[in-house]
Design a protein around this ligand. Structure first.
Ligand code: DX5
Length: 222
């Protein structure tokens, strides 16, 4: 089970410190939320910030590309230092070509789907992606409410992968905290992204990450 802090809720006036805090507290990798104001109604950061995070930690970095035409920017994010490039199925009409392009760059390929997107939309690439990201909020902002009906979607995707003998990672992102983390793990997710649960906790990101991991493990045991 892996925990991936999203820097979306970090304090950008001290981003390097905030990355090191979670790295030192046992984060498995760092997520950079890339938003273009087109695919989602928000604009955040690009390859420049991935490169800055790259200088701050040796942890793997995943770039969650909430952008249209992600295939145009894969090289830029790979060059900036991302290890895992996650594209949205909804923005990638030529998904076989896009996944192959990511792998030619020597990176891991993730495919994300929004809450209303059915699993059927990724059915033809189940054996190609290294990770599937089941969004548990409509993307665009941190601190949103977890869409509980996504738990069934996680269960069904895990069953689809198991049926094909695939051990592919299932990542969930959006509204992941002490209560929803064990539910997601119990449903079959094995990678948890959390932004506000980690960076908005008054106890600080290191303590928040430890609390989240403990809560998540209770779901694995349950
Ligand atoms: C899309 C973003 C967020 C972020 C995590 O909205 O991808 O989901 O990573 O946000 P929290 O953990 O604050 O819900």
């Amino acid at each position: 089970m892996e925990i991936v802090p999203s820097i979306l809720s970090a304090d950008f006036t001290r981003l390097g410190e905030q990355v090191r805090q979670v790295a030192d507290a046992g984060a498995n990798r760092i997520q950079v939320d890339v938003m273009d104001g087109r695919f989602v109604p928000n604009i955040t950061v690009g390859p420049l910030v991935v490169a800055a995070v790259r200088r701050a930690t040796s942890l793997p970095i995943e770039a969650h590309l909430m952008i249209i035409e992600p295939e145009r920017y894969l090289q830029d994010f790979a060059t900036a230092g991302a290890d895992l490039l996650i594209v949205h199925q909804e923005a990638s009409p030529h998904l076989h070509r896009t996944i192959a392009q990511i792998k030619r760059l020597g990176k891991h390929a993730g495919v994300a789907i929004n809450p209303a997107t059915p699993l059927a939309m990724i059915q033809e690439v189940l054996d190609l992606a290294d990770l599937f990201l089941i969004m548990t909020v409509d993307p665009g902002f941190g601190g949103q409410g977890f869409i509980a009906s996504m738990l069934s979607k996680v269960e069904r995707l895990r069953a689809m992968l198991d049926g094909r003998g695939l051990r592919t990672d299932i990542e969930v992102d959006g509204g992941i905290h002490g209560e929803t983390a064990p539910q997601a793990i119990h449903a079959g997710a094995n990678v948890l992204v959390a932004g506000s649960a980690i960076y908005d906790d008054p106890a600080g990101p290191a303590a928040a990450l430890a609390k989240l991991r403990a809560a998540a493990l209770s779901g694995a045991a349950g």
